[in-house]
Design a protein around this ligand. Sequence first.
Ligand SMILES: [Zn+2]
Length: 151
Amino acid sequence: MPTDNPYQNALDVQDACNLSGVVLQFAIDMQTIWDNEPGLSTEDRNTHPVVMMYVDKLASLTHRDLVGATGYHYAKRMCEQQARVWVAPEKEMPSTNRQKNLAVAKAGEGEIVFECPEETCHQVETVTAAWMAEHGTPVCPDCDSDMVYEP
Ligand SMILES: [Zn+2]
């Protein structure tokens, strides 16, 4: 468990095996140092003992110490290739997300917010359990798709 003491965390992290967790804690501990040790120069920060402990751990988890320059050049080539073809996964449109969040916030007790699953639609409908008992799952008024309920 990370503490609020960056020096202790830098020691504890030496036993970690999950790089993502190390990186996230590294960012938190760097911020703590910047907040609590004002007056450090950029060079002081870059070579701070806590930073050096984290960087050494990251190097170790990536086997950087074993693969050395060859590993760096391989990784650089792979990144150059992937940087050209990378396509970020599509994010949910914020406006429709907002529409659904608003509907959920406004829904009263016993009301259920359904959303159209069609990528280009995302129509939102609020129904009651009593309405559903009579009519079943709502159908999108815009595109006739069966709407879905995601809590
Ligand atoms: Zn629809």
